[in-house]
Write a protein that binds this ligand. Structure first.
Ligand code: FES
Length: 284
């Protein structure tokens, strides 16, 4: 028997927003019944391009139901740009935590949302597209997905990757490859930690600041924007002012100047320094 928090039990026994929206603006599907769980997410936007309604249908365990229910609660009222920033970690945290072996349920929720946003943006496939090369053929998990969960959740072992993605949980033939991916990502991390922020109270040098800003953009901000068809470019840093340009979908978004700028600023303040501010680059 798994140890579930009261909040997980509440969302499992009284799931919010169950069902399917008729004529939705976006539809996303992930997983398959053969793999043990599947999730379908549909949403509708209001006239301000915020998520007015969102519903899910899932075939899965208590934590899959609770994670899907939590996700719908988290994204209601948000713009798609804001919703795309939600990580599987935030879904788990909203529920007061999930058993480590069930973390893949929170990853599934985030992937369904990405697929639904992609479907809305492009009118394309509703099914989650696999990015990268398939590493685990038993569960259809790619190197890109594995790299992402390692980075976002700070994973260090093959067992953890299995808990978060299922990769490695079947025949086990992919475990060696997963180990190599962990080493690769952790290797990058070690380098980053050397470049990381100084202890509280110490001032960052200019070089440290530039490296940390770039690292934060690459690891904390860009993946979510790309999932939404956009991108971000670091243009310049002048003192505590960071100038960035939004590209792709983000550049055309009417709310980009207000919403994305604020999100980028919040991330940079969290990971670099509290007195940083962001300015959007305007083409001369
Ligand atoms: S190939 Fe990954 S568990 Fe079988």
């Amino acid at each position: 028997m798994w140890e579930y928090t009261d909040k997980v039990m509440d969302h499992f026994l009284n799931p919010r927003n169950v069902g399917e929206i008729e004529h939705p603006d976006g539809v996303g599907e992930v997983g398959s019944l053969a793999c043990g769980d599947a999730l379908k997410l549909t949403f509708k936007l209001d006239q301000n391009h915020r998520i007015k309604d969102v519903k899910f249908k899932t075939f899965g365990c208590a934590s899959a139901i609770a994670s899907s229910s939590a996700l719908t609660e988290l994204i209601k009222g948000k713009t798609l740009e804001e919703a795309a920033m939600i990580t599987n970690k935030e879904i788990a945290e909203f529920l007061g935590g999930l058993p480590e072996q069930k973390m893949h349920c929170s990853v599934m929720g985030r992937e369904a949302l990405e697929a639904a946003i992609e479907n809305y943006r492009t009118g394309g496939k509703k099914k989650h597209e696999l990015e990268g090369n398939v590493v685990c053929t038993c569960f259809g998990v790619t190197d890109k997905e594995i790299e992402r969960v390692i980075r976002e959740n700070d994973l260090t072992t093959v067992d953890q990757v299995t808990n978060y993605t299922k990769a490695g949980g079947g025949c086990g033939g992919c475990k060696g490859e997963i180990e190599k991916i962990i080493e690769r990502v952790r290797g990058e991390k070690v380098t980053h930690e050397v470049l990381g922020p100084p202890a509280k109270g110490k001032k960052l040098t200019n070089i440290q600041k530039i490296q940390l800003v770039q690292q934060t953009i690459d690891e904390q901000i860009r993946p979510a924007l790309r999932a939404d068809g956009g991108d971000i470019e670091l243009i310049d840093i002048e003192g505590n002012k960071v100038i960035v340009a939004f590209r792709g979908m983000c550049a055309g978004c009417r709310t980009a100047e207000f919403t994305l700028k604020d999100v980028v600023e919040a991330k940079l303040r969290e990971f670099v320094t509290a007195d940083i501010f962001v300015e959007e680059y305007k083409e001369p």
